[in-house]
Design a binder for this molecule. Structure first.
Ligand code: HEC
Length: 114
């Protein structure tokens, strides 16, 4: 009986880590398809739009000091600002990306931190 319980616990752990990995992949794909064109798949913003809009590297301190709340707001509502005379624009995603995924995207962007 004890052994049975142990096997069950082990199985639960394996299943859990597989589904966590699947969720990570999903967010990575979402980031790649919706955000990578500007922010870059590697987060460095060395894309055509990233360079044109003088965007920050996600790993930079300057980007990482943005709070979770401000990141969430930017993803939901988009942003429009100007840096050294360069217009910076991003559309909001609240119509197409659900709240739990927005939260996961914020976490994903934190992973670029050096
Ligand atoms: C059309 C290009 C473009 C796309 C696509 C884009 N962004 Fe942005 N994003 C920008 C620009 C421009 C800025 C402001 C400059 C900077 O932060 O380097 C920005 C800034 C941000 C910020 C920082 C907000 C702040 O308050 O400083 C976050 C977080 C962010 N983007 C997340 C995302 C996520 C997540 C996606 C995909 C769902 C995405 N962006 C897609 C252009 C884009």
């Amino acid at each position: 009986m004890k052994r049975f319980a142990l096997v069950n616990v082990l199985l639960a752990c394996v299943t859990f880590s597989f589904s966590a990995q699947a969720a990570d992949k999903k967010i990575e794909r979402l980031y790649g398809s919706k955000c990578g064109s500007c922010h870059g798949k590697d987060g460095k913003a060395q894309t055509e739009k990233g360079k044109k809009m003088a965007m920050r590297d996600l790993a930079s301190e300057d980007f990482q000091k943005v709070s979770d709340a401000d990141m969430t707001k930017a993803i939901n509502d988009g942003l429009k600002k100007e840096k050294d005379g360069v217009k910076q624009e991003m559309d909001g995603y609240k119509e197409e990306i659900k709240a739990p995924e927005v939260e996961a995207l914020v976490k994903y962007m934190r992973e670029f931190k050096k």
